[in-house]
Ligand binder design. Structure first.
Ligand SMILES: [Zn+2]
Length: 218
């Protein structure tokens, strides 16, 4: 404990001078009860801005290349990959406090990316036949594993499962439009998610109702 001989008071904590008279203190200062966090040299925001700037620089350079050398496959691929990497970084930093949301949003992004690449390479259907059905199941499994692992109440993440079931029906559009060369995985993944959805409705209706009420009142 520190002591001010002028004011004759004890001073708690860690002070450089007396808070009353600004005079010099005697004695040993108490240890700071809060750990002093080292400030990162480059903040997350600065890092993100640097990455955004690099992305813009790259895309502009690619436009320049396009102007002088004409459209080239490698430049399109590089430009797209950079945008995807940037989007991934944005999701990771935006949802850094909610690991479940971060992973779920990234898996949905991955779906769109595979669909996009499939579409741009002649739509052979590998995305809707294999990748997207597996990703829908992965989202449900990841959500449940993280929820159980972090001991979250079902109410906080049951809406992820709800939307997972709803979105999985979109797979049937590709089946109907004959865009899916091998529909079995899509049909099975929709079926499994429906079973999961039915289980939630039957056994955990209260959690679903509360979570849905919060969701739709917002
Ligand atoms: Zn004093």
């Amino acid at each position: 404990m520190q002591y001010c001989p002028k004011c004759k008071i004890n001073i708690r904590g860690h002070k450089t001078c007396c808070p009353l008279c600004q005079g010099q203190l005697q004695g040993e200062p108490e240890k700071n009860p809060f750990p002093v966090l080292a400030k990162p040299k480059v903040s997350n925001l600065t890092f993100f801005r640097i990455c955004t700037f690099i992305l813009i620089l790259l895309e502009l350079s690619l436009l320049l290349v396009r102007y002088f050398a004409g459209p080239q496959a490698w430049s399109t691929l590089l430009g797209l990959s950079a945008v995807i990497a940037w989007a991934d970084l944005w999701i990771a930093s935006y949802f850094r406090n909610n690991i479940m949301k971060m992973i779920v949003v990234q898996l949905y992004l991955l779906m769109l990316i595979t669909l996009f690449f499939d579409w741009n390479t002649g739509m052979h259907g590998w995305s809707v036949a294999w990748v997207i059905p597996s990703l829908f199941l992965s989202i449900a499994i990841t959500t449940v594993i993280i929820g159980k692992n972090k001991r979250l109440p079902l109410e906080t993440y049951v809406m992820y499962l709800f939307w997972n079931v709803v979105f999985s029906f979109l797979q049937l559009i590709a089946v109907r439009l004959d865009r899916n060369p091998f529909p079995a995985p899509a049909v099975v993944s929709t079926f499994l998610l429906l079973v999961l959805g039915a289980a939630v409705v039957v056994f955990r209706f209260r959690a679903l109702k509360n979570a849905a009420g919060k969701w739709f009142s917002l």
